[in-house]
Design a protein around this ligand. Structure first.
Ligand code: ZN
Length: 355
């Protein structure tokens, strides 16, 4: 855990910050190990505090031994006092998470300080999220458990889908199977999209019954120890039509090409193009309207964003999804998604569910 703190210290130096107030729950958990639902971190080079209320002080003490646990009430006097004690002059906060209301309360509390002790508040974004893109061993273990749970559920349930069963019934069976395979909860609402519904990438399961010969898109994820899996498969009950064969083969070819050829050092946009070019070459360029993939970890969608035009470099140790799709209005869709770990020599596929 303390290497995560060290990495954050380096970022503070890079950004010229004396300290950062971490409020995003996933970032708080990543840096401190604290899993409670409320609390803030105040981290500087020399000091790390975890401020939380009486419900969590005991838990915080055991989960975050590197942190001074500060018991707080509803106001921000704790921050004012710590900032004065530590002499912070430039205090970063996570602008994507702090509400306008919270910002005002913090500013007001800091105004109580004499002007020479009052820090400037600096809006930051993506600092801890950037650290989270490269996963450490402990994270990989949890992530693999989450991946294994959704893989097991997919392989258990999909061979038993029969015509007449509704999307909602299938989704429920998948959710039960994920929990039975070790999931603590779900990463997101399960998607089961049969026939024309599959043309909507984020369709919600309905009472529509599955019919023979039509595509069924399933996209689901399990959560274990805070880490999310994300898995999509497309199948057909009975004999697929010509369109299904052509579209499925194109998506699969596109996915396997990207997995086989993605390399550390490419930009995320270049990785996206590996797959997109195959789909465009088959004449379906206009039917692949979303990004190739996204980072996955404590959040179901995190950095890196693997989409067209993204200039961010892909690094060894990053974990992201590879999920091309083709969507045809009135017919349905095909999406195939796996999670990969990028290494120095290419990507390792972490998902094992059958295709
Ligand atoms: Zn995904």
């Amino acid at each position: 855990m303390s290497s995560r703190l060290d990495n954050l210290h380096r970022k503070l130096d890079e950004k010229g910050l004396d300290a950062i107030l971490v409020s995003t729950p996933e970032n708080r958990r990543y840096i401190s190990g604290f899993t409670g639902s409320a609390g803030y971190l105040l981290v500087s080079r020399d000091h790390a505090a975890l401020a939380t209320d009486f419900r969590y002080t005991e838990q915080a003490g055991s989960q975050s031994p590197d942190f001074q646990v500060v018991k707080v009430g509803a106001d921000w006097s704790w921050l004012r006092d710590l900032v004065r004690e530590q002499g912070h002059k430039r205090l970063g906060f996570e602008s994507q998470h702090v509400t306008v209301d919270t910002y005002r309360q913090i500013s007001k509390a800091l105004k109580d300080l004499p002007s020479e002790d009052r820090p400037t508040l600096a809006a930051t974004s993506g600092i801890v999220e950037g650290l989270r893109t490269v996963k450490d061993r402990e994270e990989m273990d949890l992530l693999q458990k989450a991946i294994d749970a959704s893989d097991a559920a997919m392989d258990l349930v999909t061979p038993t889908i029969r015509p007449g069963e509704t999307e909602r019934q299938i989704a429920w069976r998948l959710e039960v199977a994920m929990r039975e395979a070790g999931a603590d909860s779900l990463s997101f609402d399960t998607i089961v999209a049969a026939g024309p519904n599959g043309a909507m990438p984020h369709h919600r399961p309905s009472d529509r019954a599955v019919a023979e010969g039509e595509p069924i898109v399933i996209d689901m994820g399990a959560k274990v120890g805070g880490y999310c899996s994300d898995l999509s498969r497309t199948m057909c009950v009975g004999e697929p039509d010509e369109t299904f064969r052509k579209v499925y083969d194109t998506v699969l070819g596109s996915q396997l090409t990207a997995i086989a050829t993605v390399r550390a050092g490419m930009t995320a946009g270049e990785a996206d193009a590996l797959s997109r070019d195959v789909i465009a070459g088959a004449g379906y360029g206009d039917n692949f309207g979303h990004s190739l993939g996204h980072g996955v970890g404590l959040f179901i969608h995190e950095y890196p964003r693997v989409g067209p035009k993204s200039e961010s470099p892909l690094e060894a140790g990053m974990v992201f999804t590879v999920e091309p799709g083709i969507y045809l209005s009135g017919w349905g869709g095909v999406r195939i998604e796996d999670i990969v770990l990028l290494g120095e020599d290419g990507a390792a596929v972490l998902s094992k569910a059958k295709k």
